[in-house]
Structures are given as C-alpha cells and as structure tokens.
Design a protein around this ligand. Structure first.
Ligand code: 13P
Ligand code: SF4
Length: 318
C-alpha cells in the first residue's frame, strides 16, 4: 500500500521521516507475517490512513471482522473492540497494541450487575452496547452499537427492554421508541462532558456551523445538534450534505481523519480526547507486530456465549 499523500500533508515535515519509517516497517511486517490491521475512526491519522486495512465504526468493524482470512489480526482501537474481533475469530491470533486501552463504559458494568438486572426485570430482553466486556456480552440477549441501537431495540418482542450500560445512549434511543427502556448508570467519559450550553456557544462563535453529535452525548446535546449518529453515520452525513463548516461533538482524531478526506469542508475542532484510544500509537503498533504481543485472550466458554449476542445483532442487520 502506498502511503496516502494526504497523510504526508497532515504530518509536520520534521516528524514525517520518523512516521514514515514506522509506517514502512509496519507495512513490511504485515506482509511478512500475513497480518491485517483493523482501525476504529478514533485512531490517529498515521494509524488510520497510514497502515490500516479495514476502517470504521464499531458496527462496520464487527461486520467486517467475520471470517477474516489472515492468521494475525491487529485491532487498533480499545480492548472491547479487540475482544469482539477475537470472539468472531476464535482460532486467530488477535493483538492489541496496549492491553490497558479500556473504556469507561466497559469498566462501569460487570456480569454480576447484568444478572442482578435480569432478576429485577424477569423476562425482559437485555440489549448490550458493544462497549462492554466479553463477560457482560455473555450474559446478554443481543448486542448493539451506536449505529443500530434503535433497530435492535425495535427488533425485539415485548414492550420493555433492558438497555445497558450507557444511560445517555439509552435516553437517546428511548425518545425514538415506544418501548419502556430500563438502563444503567454508565457513561462515556469523553461524550458526557459536552453540554447543550456548549452547543449554544459554539453556534454563536461559528455562525452557520453544522453540529453533529455522537449518541453517547447527553440527550440535551443530541437534541440541540443538527444530526446525531455513530462515527460512521457522521462521516456519511458529511459526505452526503457537504456542509461548508462542521463541528463533530466526539473524539478529536475523528475530525482529523475525516477532514483529510473532505478538504472542501472546514472542520471546527473543539473536541475531547479519549485517553484509552490514545494509548494506541504507531510505535506500539509496530512493536506489537514485531513481538506478536500483547495477545487478546478470551476463554472458550465466554466466547461461545458472547458470540450468540453478537451474531444476533449481525443477523438483524442482514
Ligand atoms: P462508534 O461505534 O460510533 O464508532 O462508537 C464507538 C465509541 O467508542 C464511541 O465512543
Ligand atoms: Fe469508551 Fe468513550 Fe473512549 Fe469510546 S470514547 S472508547 S465510549 S471512553
């Protein structure tokens, strides 16, 4: 793969030789070891545009992770994303550049919490956001992502759902469904910091700007945005609507990546960094491929049970 010119234009000239050396080494390692790299939309542009083979939001990554042929898969994203890839590819070696790349949502709920919720609401289906551990998925009926949450909720029988663990995603789904939504007190440390007052101020500071938000933002933020959707849906909205000026209420690297591919749109960039996503660096990806570690391990029992909830989600999308 030739290093895209647009990436070279984005990196300061003084840094480029070092970045290029790492990119070249990673591309060679991928070839030598028959490895493939998946990257989430929040990866920095050097990883996203420089070395990855498959890019997208959580849903696209899960969909495209099914039946990968390469024996070695490197997931450039956070731990729950790598676990999902492992669950979908149990016989493959799945690597993540930093095992500490967690997620405030995944850390905020345990399998025991889900069992307690099921006891409290017997017979009510459990819809679990993919931003959770494999153990939590194993206790769930079906998974969802921010890109298909409403569709998944609507696909279920009955007029109630347990929707965990993100209270804000749950609130943003609840306003679009007639079902009663029971949720959990989880939140994303990146998106919960945006406020409706921010949106008002930003509109004053940048007249005419289109404001897009992720559904992990609190409901007043989503309600005052021009569009709310998953990271991939935001990208699609920009491609379709070609706004003159846009602001993405989400993780910072997202705007960098999308701006490179949409030079006619001006990106206004107040954003929040995800410290977990930012643990994944180009250097660590290189080391990970050199040493084939750290590897993501999930027990066969958990894989079998968690797989059911992911497969059910993918089935709804088909
Ligand atoms: P998407 O599935 O929309 O890419 O979101 C993943 C995520 O972690 C958002 O914070
Ligand atoms: Fe988790 Fe939020 Fe980071 Fe996404 S942005 S990985 S939801 S902490």
């Amino acid at each position: 793969m030739a290093v895209p010119l647009l990436l070279k234009n984005h990196i300061p000239d003084v840094e480029w030789p070092i970045v290029q050396e790492d990119i070249d080494a990673i591309l060679q390692l991928k070839k030598n070891k028959n490895a493939i790299i998946l990257a989430h939309n929040y990866m920095t542009p050097d990883i996203f545009h420089g070395v990855s083979d498959i890019r997208g939001d959580s849903l696209a990554l899960a969909q495209q992770a099914v039946g990968l042929e390469a024996p070695i898969i490197v997931m450039c994203g956070v731990h729950f994303m790598a676990e999902t890839v492992k669950i979908l590819n149990p016989t493959k070696t799945v690597l993540i550049a930093d095992l500490q790349a967690g997620c405030s949502l995944a850390e905020g709920i345990t399998a025991a919490d889900v069992r307690a919720l099921k006891e409290k609401h017997p017979g009510v289906p459990v819809v679990t956001y993919v931003n959770t551990s494999a153990e939590v998925k194993a206790e769930s009926d079906i998974c969802c992502t921010s890109g298909n949450a409403l569709k998944i909720v609507e696909s279920l029988p009955g007029d109630e759902v347990i929707f965990i663990p993100d209270q804000y995603l749950a609130a943003n789904v609840a306003k679009l469904t007639r079902k009663k939504v029971h949720t959990w007190q989880g939140s994303c440390m990146v998106h919960e910091r945006f406020t409706a007052e921010d949106v008002t101020e930003l509109r004053k500071s940048y007249p005419g700007v289109k404001i897009l938000s992720h559904p992990e933002c609190p409901r007043p933020v989503a309600d005052s945005s021009d569009y709310t959707g998953s990271t991939a849906q935001m990208i699609q909205w920009i491609k379709t609507n070609k706004p003159e000026k846009v602001l993405l209420l989400t993780e910072c690297s997202m705007s960098d990546n999308v701006a490179l591919e949409n030079p006619e749109t001006q990106f206004v960039k107040p954003c929040n960094l995800c410290p977990h996503m930012k643990r994944i660096t180009l250097k660590k990806v290189r080391r990970c491929l050199e040493t084939l570690s750290p590897e993501v391990i999930v027990s066969p029992d958990i894989i079998a049970r968690a797989r059911l909830s992911i497969d059910r989600m993918l089935e709804v999308g088909r």
